[in-house]
Design a protein around this ligand. Structure first.
Ligand code: VAH
Length: 318
């Protein structure tokens, strides 16, 4: 049986688009989508789908052996906003799922693993501008703590057991094909749906909150690039910094207003303001560029155009 790819958390924001992209490259049947709940997405149903609880090692091992899986993208996670509401559940999901996939690698049941980290590993004492790959990391959120600990375990399993695990510190990701997933950067997705529905939006982050962001197509390209890179070019086995474009809610509002002149934005910070304030403004990703050729495509103007067109297309379909 040919070796296959398994996406864990395929119903999520990144997992769903990763499934579509990898199926385009490798064919429908080469990519097994999985999630803890059945999929409502017709695209995901276009190829093999498995119900998989990533915190259940035996369930994970059974799916891997049933489909002769060679490569696993372990995308299931509880994001920053939700994990602050359910700290122990967030830690358990984010860490147990990682240990399960790393142990599949240690047992040589899979050959290559991708695991997502986040700029949430940085904290209020991290340099906020041009944040370097190696720097002070004192995250103040459950999500950030779990991602920082996860990075250390990835580096340990590579060094101790030779597990070929690769990772990226994603910025806030912007996409329209799946609903926002409980993150602090979700305002940058919600704004497009509200702008087209009601011409007004109340941001839960203040207008001057600068955050590192990225369009999903760039994130998917980076994920596939790091996994396709030759082993010897992956010099960082914790997780690579990755940068797209940094902006404030006010700058995003101004760009949207160019397309929807009567669009109005209000601001009412909630608990996520403290989370956002603990994160950097912009990231230095020179190691990803030099080690495996990373280069972003989407700037703010392009993101706004793509998102408005994409959300409109969803409304036409639904
Ligand atoms: C979150 N979207 O907001 C995620 C991301 C950098 C933020 O990791 O939790």
């Amino acid at each position: 049986m040919p070796s296959k790819i398994l996406i864990v958390g395929a119903c999520g924001q990144i997992g769903s688009e990763l499934t579509f992209a990898l199926r385009d490259i490798h064919g429908e049947d080469a990519v097994i989508a999985s999630d803890i709940k059945s999929s409502t997405s017709p695209e995901l149903a276009s190829g093999p789908f498995e119900i998989l609880d990533a915190t259940d090692y035996d369930n994970f091992k059974t799916v891997v052996s049933k489909h002769n899986i060679d490569t696993v993208y372990m995308m299931a996670a509880m994001l920053s906003g939700t994990a602050e509401k359910f700290p122990e559940k967030g830690w358990d999901l984010n860490m147990t799922s990682l240990f399960n996939v790393l142990n599949l690698g240690k047992e040589k049941l899979v050959n290559k693993i991708f695991w997502p980290s986040s700029i949430a590993v940085f904290g209020p004492t991290t340099p906020k501008v041009d944040t370097p790959q190696q720097t002070i990391m004192e995250p103040t959120t459950v999500y950030g703590i779990s991602k920082q600990a996860g990075e250390r375990w990835c580096a340990y399993y590579y060094k101790r057991y030779g597990v070929d695990v690769r990772s990226i510190r994603y910025p806030g990701l912007i996409s329209y094909k799946t609903p926002p997933g409980g993150g602090t950067t979700d305002y940058a997705i919600e704004i497009f749906h509200e702008a087209l529905k009601s011409s007004s939006y109340t941001s839960f982050l203040s207008q001057e909150t600068t955050l590192p962001m990225m369009y999903m197509d760039d994130a998917i390209n980076a994920t596939i690039s790091i996994m396709d890179a030759p082993t010897e070019s992956i010099k960082i086995r914790s997780s690579y910094n990755l940068a797209g474009v940094s902006f404030t809610p006010e700058e995003l509002y101004a760009e949207v207003k160019k397309h929807i002149p009567d669009f109005e934005m209000n601001y009412k910070s909630d608990f996520r303001q403290d989370i956002a304030d603990s994160w950097p403004n912009c990231i230095n990703d020179s190691e990803a560029a030099s080690d495996w050729g990373w280069k972003k495509d989407f700037d703010l103007e392009m993101i706004v155009k793509e998102m408005l067109a994409g959300v409109k297309s969803l409304k036409e379909v639904n």
